[in-house]
Ligand binder design. Structure first.
Ligand code: ZN
Length: 233
């Protein structure tokens, strides 16, 4: 094989490896991004659950406060009744008010108990949910760290490939690099084998002369159809 073609083939390998590693880095980054989003979603959901619990507690406090207020009101009505210096009509009205307030109080107390029971159930569940969320977040963070490590490794390999590429480039004549770069703009395989007179890039037959040229140590052979640089093993 023509030694320049060998170098171009080497360059192509470096370029394709570089491309593949960049793709892998992209995929890793996407996975890490997804994991970070998932962590945020878990945290949001936990926050929402905490908010709901806080709201329940607030609701419970309000109910209890209303019960207390009603109790105060009833006590006041009773005090007035006990004073006994009011008319029969007023007495009747007060008794009616007391009854009404007591009915309301009873209803509120029932509601307050329901809420308290709901709070108890929620709190018992919260412990389990918190532990589960924490372990999920930890697991995802571990995975991110692992992927970050892989990415660092790939970045290091890319750096080495870049250096390797520069070394290879320095040994290839500029005009060949130009030719390679032009082909590279439209294909990842600017340098291909010709086998049984068929270009392995475009699968078209090439002339005998081209095959002969590809075998020679002098100059380059290119496919008449796709312009790829050809070599024979
Ligand atoms: Zn071809």
């Amino acid at each position: 094989m023509n030694k320049n073609v060998k170098k171009l083939l080497n360059l192509q390998e470096i370029d394709n490896t570089t491309r593949e590693k960049k793709r892998r880095i992209n995929r890793l980054e996407k996975r890490m991004e997804n994991l970070k989003n998932e962590i945020e979603m878990i945290k949001d959901r936990e926050e929402e659950r905490e908010d709901n619990l806080a709201k329940l507690k607030q609701e419970s406090e309000e109910k209890n406060r209303k019960v207390d207020d009603l109790q105060d009101q009833i006590d006041k009505y009773r005090e007035r009744l006990d004073e006994g210096i009011i008319s029969f009509k007023e007495t009747e009205a007060l008794e009616e008010k007391i009854q009404h307030s007591m009915d309301r109080m009873e209803k509120l107390e029932d509601e307050a108990i329901d809420i308290m029971m709901k709070i108890d159930r929620t709190e018992a569940k919260r412990e389990e949910q918190k532990a589960e969320a924490e372990s999920k977040v930890e697991g995802k963070k571990d995975t991110i760290e692992e992927l970050e490590g892989k990415k660092d490794g790939l970045l290091q390999e890319l750096k080495e490939l870049k250096k390797e590429r520069e070394d290879v480039l320095s040994e290839i004549p500029d005009r060949l690099i130009d030719q390679y770069d032009r082909l590279r703009a439209s294909t990842n395989t600017p340098v291909v084998q010709v086998r049984n007179r068929v270009c392995q890039g475009c699968q078209m037959s090439v002339s005998k002369n081209t095959v002969k040229q590809a075998r020679s140590d002098q100059g380059l052979a290119t496919c008449e159809n796709c312009s790829r640089i050809l070599y024979v093993r």
